[in-house]
Design a protein around this ligand. Sequence first.
Ligand code: NAP
Length: 274
Amino acid sequence: MDKVALVTGSSSGIGFETALELGRNGYHTYATMRDISKGSKILEIAKKENLKIKVIELDVNDDQSIKNAVKKILDENKRLDLLVNNAGYFLVGCLEDMTEKDLKDQFETNFFGVVRIIQSVLPTMRNQKSGTIVNVSSVAGRIGFPVTPGYISSKFALEGLSESMRYELAPFGIKTIIIEPGVVKTNLFTTLKKATKADPAYKDITQKVLSGLIMMSQMGTQPQEVASTIVKAVSSDNPLPRYPVGNDAAMFLEAKKVKTDIEFENYIKKELFS
Ligand SMILES: NC(=O)c1ccc[n+]([C@@H]2O[C@H](COP(=O)([O-])OP(=O)(O)OC[C@H]3O[C@@H](n4cnc5c(N)ncnc54)[C@H](OP(=O)(O)O)[C@@H]3O)[C@@H](O)[C@H]2O)c1
């Protein structure tokens, strides 16, 4: 019997490549997206390669949309083996630039969107006594950084949730995996949302950090590498809690491990915005 997977945010980037890679590895994959008119390319590739990939609608901010998608998958398969929580967006702006709504919207997608879907699939996975949940976090879930505190806070929250879930769900045979890419070459940096206020006090640092990030993204890790890491992780009988992806991720996380907080802060200042 084919394993059944649900991937959120499959219209582009990491989600698109992950849905394809899962299909290539024998998963019956539901490549979900909030706008299914963006699904033609993945369906075309799936047809050419004879992969079991279906495109269905799922907006992680919409309870009814999640309910409909999960129901459809369970009606068709009676099981769900893998959930990849990938959908997210990048809020840019310093703390004083952000309204409370900017920050709540960021959490609504990047954090509560994940919580909503996990809660909707857990009864099924618990009944099956098996399942894997992959949360696409980021190096930004482990390292503070200026100009993107909203995004970073949402990923830190996701890390805390994931780490805690692992203990709660392991007794039911459910695995939790965190994926921590560094900078990846995707649409994330072109579709980014700017914080509403743009306080002039932060104009210089915002420009500097943002142009640095955009430059790094052009040389970033390919999303296929993240997809391969996800497939490798979910294929393991005993997956690790975390999988960093990319040389930048490995470098920053190693520095964070070996340096004191002050040494690390000075390192980040020097490496990224001196
Ligand atoms: N790129 C990086 O450097 C990087 C690094 C670390 C982690 N990540 C994480 O990787 C994940 C994927 O991002 P990406 O880099 O592949 O960027 P991307 O190409 O912009 O993909 C983001 C995906 O999320 C979807 N999405 C956004 N809001 C949604 C919602 N409310 N409901 C459903 N789908 C929604 C987008 O759909 P639409 O097409 O409809 O907008 C798109 O499919 C994100 O969680 C991101 O934080 C990215």
